[in-house]
Design a protein around this ligand. Structure first.
Ligand SMILES: [Zn+2]
Length: 245
């Protein structure tokens, strides 16, 4: 079982770990601990490097299979051995963009909940275009409206709100989030096996159950720009945005 270091600390760029297994055929390895974000929850995987005695592997994808986290690497003539101590290094420029985009998505999601009564039912945090899907929303945003939403969301972001992570037991978390205005039906969709919820709180603005990586304060985001929209089903509207500075 791989310990996920980013679960509690989103700012780890380098870390030490031990190689638990190497799969030479599939060019992948597992570690006892990792700060690489594991693909899932709408956020793209981290990339970076594993540095070992005599070489460096380029990590292209990180995925969970059962209890283990597999780090896929580019084929290399020299690879480390099982049991070896290595150093992991994240592609921080990429990761930091994803952190800013993910926190911005939560700010935008709450804006849509407050102004349009729409819940966020899907997301994809990517570089450069991040998107979120809103439901129920029977509205095709115009260019002008998208510019207004971008501006108002940027005003909220500029308030420099602290972002914190807290852990609550399942029932407690569902009750807490329901009180904050989220729909119980969506919260209960989280598999029963999840006993503890990780809640990302943006000051007194937003509370979300989320496993992703986030900045520590909204001022780190800079600004966003909504770039396009798309209808993706009955009463379902998708917005795409970029983090622009
Ligand atoms: Zn999230």
């Amino acid at each position: 079982m791989t310990e996920l270091l980013y679960f509690k600390d989103n700012y780890i760029k380098n870390f030490n770990a031990k190689i638990m297994a190497i799969d030479e055929e599939k060019n992948r390895l597992t570690l006892d601990r990792t700060a690489f974000y594991v693909e899932g929850g709408g956020q793209e995987t981290d990339k970076g490097w594993i540095i070992f005695q005599g070489g460096k592997l380029e990590i292209t994808k990180v995925q969970k299979k059962g209890k283990d986290v597999w780090h896929k690497f580019k084929k290399s003539t020299t690879i480390p051995k099982e049991g070896e101590e290595v150093e992991g290094e994240l592609d921080w420029e990429r990761r930091f963009y994803l952190m800013k985009a993910h926190t911005a998505q939560h700010v935008l999601s709450h804006y849509l909940l407050e102004h349009f009564g729409a819940n966020t039912v899907g997301n994809a945090v990517k570089q450069p275009d991040t998107r979120a899907d809103f439901h129920p929303l029977n509205h095709n945003f115009t260019e002008e409206e998208m510019a207004t939403i971008s501006q108002e969301v940027n005003e909220i972001i500029a308030k420099d709100m602290p972002v914190s992570i807290k852990f609550l037991q399942r029932e407690e978390a569902i009750n807490f989030l329901t009180e904050k205005g989220y729909q119980r039906q969506y919260l209960e969709m989280v598999p029963e096996s999840v006993k503890e919820f990780r809640i990302i709180q943006i000051d007194d603005w937003d509370w979300s159950s989320c496993g992703g990586t986030h900045v520590k304060s909204t001022s780190e985001i800079g600004k966003i720009k909504i770039i396009r929209r798309k209808n993706v089903g009955a009463e379902k509207e998708r917005l795409y945005f970029n983090v622009i500075e």
